[in-house]
Ligand binder design. Structure first.
Ligand code: HEM
Ligand SMILES: *[C@@H]1O[C@H](CO)[C@@H](O)[C@H](O)[C@H]1NC(C)=O
Length: 324
């Protein structure tokens, strides 16, 4: 009597665990709910991108920051007091990423069929695919069916996002928390092929490094002196530089050829080439753009599954910045 009961209980528990941890995402989730969701979102994204190129990096980074904290549930968009977006690690998220989701949501709400039917988390996932494709990167089918979370706290961000001074072990362990491999991490770092950084994120690499000239020896000397010009000591803290000095607005694999030349902006970028455990992957992505694009699509799809909320864990927000 005791054994079958225990056995049944175990099976029940196991199946509950499995269903709650695996996201119920589907590419055709909105087929009967909002059939034109893809074109409505991409039209809104295209318009926003035509107004400012920052739309692309801002949206892509917003998605990563959302997924790393409390999963891909649009909790980053909530504007309650002391929310995720108020954490120091999220203060540099560019407003154009938030605005892209707001604009796409407004376009969906303009369509009676789609009004309040598509989650903000799914809109962000679609917009992320669109900005990458529209700046020259790969396109891919987006898995859909995420619900929006109901909580967002400033404290929940602490220790969850990678920092510019991370080494390979720190990067790997933080990505591993979300089921992402070293290869996934390197492919996702390729997102630094577009966008900007504030000078304080790498100033110790060009001025205060513990070397005779104060420059990180893994940095290309010409690149270092360019950065010293753009970001002199005492520079206005709002000044930004391109993450990819070669093709700053194109989603391509020059991020990896830059690394081969010592032109990675952050320690966390350059370490991918200098640490011998990851050099081969950087070389592969630099030599073969198809290999990079395939790895990127695999990795961003895996990232999009992190902590997805379904059933009574979430809702479809009427306003992406506040819970219903
Ligand atoms: C590997 C670990 C990572 C580290 C340490 C890191 C760090 C940073 C830092 C410090 C900035 C500049 C912030 C500023 O000063 O404005 C930045 C920008 C950016 N990051 Fe990352 N990041 C990482 C991974 C990712 C991932 C996984 C993605 C997306 C898939 C991403 C996308 C971006 C983009 C697109 C920007 C430019 C944002 C803009 O121009 O508004 N990063 N990152
Ligand atoms: C580049 O990578 C793709 C995808 O992994 C592979 O099919 C192709 O053979 C590679 N090309 C070269 C020249 O190695």
């Amino acid at each position: 009597m005791e054994y079958p009961t225990l056995f049944t209980l175990t099976i029940l528990l196991l199946s509950m665990l499995i269903t709650s941890s695996s996201a119920q995402l589907r590419q055709d989730f909105y087929k009967n709910i909002c059939p034109d969701v893809e074109s409505i979102v991409s039209d809104a994204v295209r318009l926003k991108l035509s107004q400012t190129i920052i739309t692309a990096p801002a949206t892509l980074r917003l998605f990563a920051h959302d997924c790393f904290v409390e999963g891909c549930d649009a909790s980053i968009l909530l504007a309650s007091p002391n929310a995720e977006k108020d954490n120091p690690d999220d203060l540099t998220l560019a407003g154009d990423g938030f605005d892209t989701v707001i604009k796409a949501k407004a376009a969906l709400d303009n369509d009676p069929t789609c009004r309040n039917k598509v989650s903000c988390a799914d809109i962000l996932a679609l917009a992320t695919r669109d900005v990458v494709a529209m700046t020259g990167g790969p396109s891919y089918a987006v898995e859909l069916g995420r619900l929006d979370g109901r909580s967002s706290t400033e404290a929940s961000v602490d220790g969850q996002l990678p920092h510019a001074d991370f080494n390979l072990d720190q990067l790997n362990s933080m990505f591993a928390l979300h089921g992402l491999t070293q290869t996934d991490m390197i492919a996702l770092s390729g997102a630094h092929t577009i966008g900007f950084s504030h000078c304080n994120q790498f100033s110790t690499r060009i001025f205060n490094f513990g070397s005779s000239n104060g420059v990180d020896p893994s940095m290309n000397p010409t690149y270092a002196s360019d950065l010293q010009q753009e970001c002199p000591i005492g520079v206005d803290p709002s000044v930004v530089v391109n993450l990819d000095p070669t093709t700053p607005n194109t989603f391509d694999n020059t991020y990896y050829t830059n690394l081969q030349q010592g032109k990675g902006l952050f320690t966390s970028d350059q370490i991918l080439f200098t640490d011998t455990r990851s050099t081969n992957t950087v070389n592969l992505f630099a030599d073969n753009i198809t290999a990079f694009e395939e790895a990127y699509v695999t990795a961003i799809t895996k990232l999009g599954r992190v902590g997805v909320k379904t059933g009574n864990q979430g809702e479809i927000r009427r306003d992406c910045t506040s819970v219903n």
